[in-house]
Design a protein around this ligand. Structure first.
Ligand SMILES: [Zn+2]
Length: 391
C-alpha cells in the first residue's frame, strides 16, 4: 500500500476510536461556558487532553492568561501547521457561537496526528486563542509573537451552513465623545451647549451616508451615554460606531467619513469632539485558495457535503489579521438548520446536539487529513505562500 494511503487509514481509524472522548470534551466546555479571558476550565481541559497525548504545552502565552500553545515535532524540520482553538462563550447566552466545537475540533485534529509524527517531518501545533468575541485574542497573540513559528493555520467554525471558505469584513469600533456645557434646561437653556444634540446630529449624518455606500460598508452605532437628567442640558455624550468595510483600505475610508460626520455635528452645535479606537482593528479574511482546495478535496473524500446558505451575510474575524501574515482557512460546517442564526439560544443548544457531535468527527478528520497532505508534500506550502505574496 502506498505510504500516504496507509497513513490516512491509520489516522482515520484512530480518530474513530477517539471520537467518544472528544465529544465529552466538547460537551464539558459547552456546559461550563466562560467569557473571553476567563476560559480557565476550557483551557485546562484542552491542555490536559493534549498533554495526555504527548504534546508539549506552553501556558500561558502571548500575555493572555488563558492562551496556550501545544506542539509535537516530527523527525526533522518541515511545515509547521497550527490548528486554532477558540473556547470563549457569549456571556449569558453561553456557547451561542459554538466555540466549544472549535476548541475541540482543533484539539482532536492535533491529537490524531501525534502518533504519526515519528514518521513525518515538520510540526503540529494546537494554539489556544481566547476572547475571540470580545478582544480579538488572535490579534493580541499575533502582536506578541505567538505565531512567529507558524507556517499555516486552520480552524473550523460551526454554523447554519457548510461552506469551504468565507470572506470577512475589516472592522474597527470607534468611540466619539462630544463635550458641551451644562445649564438648566428650562430656566436658562441658552447658556448651555447640548452634547447630546451633537451626537444625534452625527447619527443622522452617518445614516444619510449609507445611501451612497457600497453594500460591504457597515456603520451601526449605539449611544453609550447621553446625559443624566432631562432638566439639565447634556454636557457630555458618548457614542460608538462599528465601522466595517470590504478590506483594510475601504475600512480606513469609512472611518474617515464617519469622523467627518462627527466634526460636522460638532461645528453645527458648537461642541468639541474627540474620538478613539475601541478594541483592535480586524483585517478582512483572505482565505488561501490553495489551502481551501486541499481542505475541500479532503472534506468530500470522507463523505462531507457542501451546503451553502444563500442568505448569510458577513461578519468580522480576528483570524483575518493572521490571514494577511501566513496562509489560513476558516471554513464553516453545519450544525444547525438554515434559519437558526449564530449568537442565539437556539444555536447554543445546537452546539452540543447529535449533529454537532457527528460533525466534530467529520471536521477534525478533514483538518487532520489536510495537515497530513502538507506534511507529506511541503511544496504545497510554497504554493500557498506564493499565492499570499501575490495578494
Ligand atoms: Zn464565533
Amino acid at each position: 500500500m502506498e505510504k500516504k494511503t496507509e497513513l490516512r487509514e491509520r489516522l482515520l481509524a484512530n480518530m474513530d476510536s477517539l471520537a467518544k472522548e472528544e465529544v465529552e470534551t466538547s460537551h464539558f466546555i459547552h456546559s461550563n461556558p466562560e467569557p473571553g479571558c476567563e476560559e480557565f476550565k476550557a483551557a485546562a481541559r484542552l491542555t490536559d487532553d493534549l498533554a495526555k497525548h504527548g504534546f508539549i504545552i506552553e501556558k500561558p502565552v502571548g500575555g493572555m492568561e488563558t492562551a496556550f500553545k501545544a506542539h509535537v515535532s516530527g523527525k526533522t524540520p518541515g511545515p509547521r501547521i497550527a490548528f486554532l482553538a477558540e473556547y470563549d462563550s457569549l456571556g449569558l447566552l453561553g456557547h451561542a457561537c459554538g466555540h466549544n466545537f472549535i476548541g475541540t475540533v482543533s484539539t482532536f485534529a492535533g491529537i490524531a496526528l501525534q502518533p504519526l509524527m515519528g514518521e513525518l517531518n515538520g510540526a503540529v501545533m494546537v494554539i489556544g486563542t481566547p476572547a475571540e468575541e470580545t478582544w480579538g485574542g488572535k490579534i493580541i497573540l499575533l502582536e506578541n509573537g505567538v505565531f512567529k513559528d507558524v507556517d499555516t493555520a486552520m480552524m473550523i467554525h460551526p454554523s447554519n451552513e457548510t461552506r469551504m471558505q468565507a470572506h470577512s469584513l475589516a472592522a474597527q469600533v470607534v468611540e466619539f465623545t462630544f463635550h458641551g456645557k451644562p445649564a438648566h434646561a428650562a430656566a436658562m437653556p441658552w447658556q448651555g451647549i447640548n452634547a447630546l444634540d451633537a451626537l444625534i446630529q452625527m447619527f443622522i449624518s452617518v445614516d444619510q451616508m449609507r445611501k451612497q455606500q457600497r453594500p460591504t460598508v457597515r456603520t451601526p452605532g449605539v449611544i453609550k451615554y447621553g446625559g443624566e437628567r432631562a432638566n439639565v442640558v447634556p454636557e457630555r455624550a458618548v457614542g460608538q460606531f462599528s465601522c466595517r468595510g470590504e478590506d483594510y483600505e475601504e475600512l480606513l475610508e469609512v472611518i474617515r467619513r464617519v469622523n467627518n460626520c462627527a466634526d460636522g455635528a460638532a461645528l453645527a452645535t458648537g461642541t468639541k469632539v474627540e474620538s478613539k479606537f475601541v478594541g483592535p482593528l480586524y483585517k478582512d479574511m483572505i482565505p488561501n485558495q490553495t489551502l481551501v482546495k486541499l481542505y475541500e478535496k479532503n472534506f468530500l473524500s470522507i463523505g462531507g457535503v457542501i451546503e451553502e446558505n444563500p442568505h448569510k451575510g458577513q461578519g468580522s474575524l480576528d483570524m483575518g489579521n493572521l490571514s494577511h501574515e501566513f496562509p489560513c482557512i476558516h471554513p464553516y460546517i453545519r450544525i444547525a438548520p438554515d434559519d437558526v442564526s449564530i449568537h442565539t439560544a437556539e444555536f447554543r443548544d445546537c452546539a452540543a446536539c447529535p449533529m454537532a457531535d457527528e460533525r466534530l468527527l467529520l471536521g477534525a478528520k478533514t483538518l487532520a487529513l489536510t495537515a497530513l497532505d502538507i506534511l507529506l508534500e511541503p511544496a504545497l506550502l510554497e504554493e500557498m505562500r506564493k499565492e499570499l505574496k501575490k495578494k
